[in-house]
Design a binder for this molecule. Structure first.
Ligand code: APR
Length: 234
């Protein structure tokens, strides 16, 4: 078997679950508490911006009180210690990967702690609320800031870089995601087609489990440190 040099890691809500951040589709998850059509589409924002702002303002505040867990910390260790190429692609909009120290990281679905001005197209660091329609720090226009989150029907970010990394990956690892949402759910097949080995680390088999050459099931805070120790040769 050829040596592993280039690794792509995909993470989802399951990697932050043990930090106390709700996942989307597990029992009692966000999409049981809220209708996607009411809070996570451009149409919802046009129809009822207050409802959408209330939803994201509450989540933006909540994540700032959460801490990275052992899975985030292990991936930051991998980032610091892996001599080959590594890209961590997260579907999560929290900042726990960065707070744990990860650097080689892409937020393909955006970030809670950014506000996006649809007047001047600037993204500004934002930790407060948006419901009162504050002015954009860059252009000064009030009322044009929206959550910097990729909603259903919108294009995820930095897809060219992600596909370039997948196409030269020797190993693709998926952590804490249900495989319910594309294009992320298709990454395993992209990586396989490029000849990569594929590993799923998840609490239970995901919808795309079939495509993985290996799967380990259990909590991320156990599986991820074990896998990182193994790949770093500890
Ligand atoms: N450890 C490991 N896996 C876990 C844990 C845990 N502690 N807790 C839950 N999981 C797994 C679940 O079994 C499930 O397969 O994490 C997965 C979470 O799935 P979803 O809630 O569907 O979240 P995700 O896959 O990240 O959603 C993808 O959908 O709603 C959109 O844009 C949103 O980025 C999100 C995308």
């Amino acid at each position: 078997m050829s040596p592993i040099r280039n690794i792509v890691v995909l993470t989802g809500a399951g990697v932050s679950a043990e930090s106390g951040i709700d996942t989307f589709r597990d029992a009692g998850g966000l999409w049981e508490q809220h209708r996607v059509e009411d809070v996570a589409t451009p149409e919802a924002f046009a129809r009822d911006p207050d409802l959408v702002h209330r939803f994201y303002d509450a989540r933006r505040e909540a994540i700032q009180a959460k801490q990275p867990n052992a899975a985030h910390e292990a991936l930051a260790r991998l980032d610091a210690g892996w001599p080959g190429e590594l890209l961590i692609v997260t579907q999560n909009v929290d900042d726990l990967h960065e707070r744990a120290g990860a650097k080689r990281l892409i937020h393909m679905h955006g970030e809670h702690l950014n506000a996006w001005c649809i007047a001047c197209d600037t993204r500004s660091r934002w930790t407060g609320t948006l419901i009162e329609r504050p002015a954009c720090p860059a252009c000064g226009m009030p009322g044009y800031l929206r959550p910097d989150v990729v909603w259903f029907g919108e294009m995820p970010y930095r897809m060219e870089e992600i596909y370039a990394a997948l196409n030269k990956a020797d190993l693709f690892v998926s952590i804490g995601t249900s495989g319910a949402v594309y294009p992320a759910a298709g990454f395993v097949r992209e990586a396989r087609a490029a000849g990569a080995r594929t590993l799923e680390l998840n609490m239970e088999p995901s919808q795309g489990s079939y495509w993985f050459s290996e799967a380990r099931h259990g909590p991320a805070t156990q599986l991820v440190p074990q896998w990182v120790d193994q790949i770093l040769g500890f």
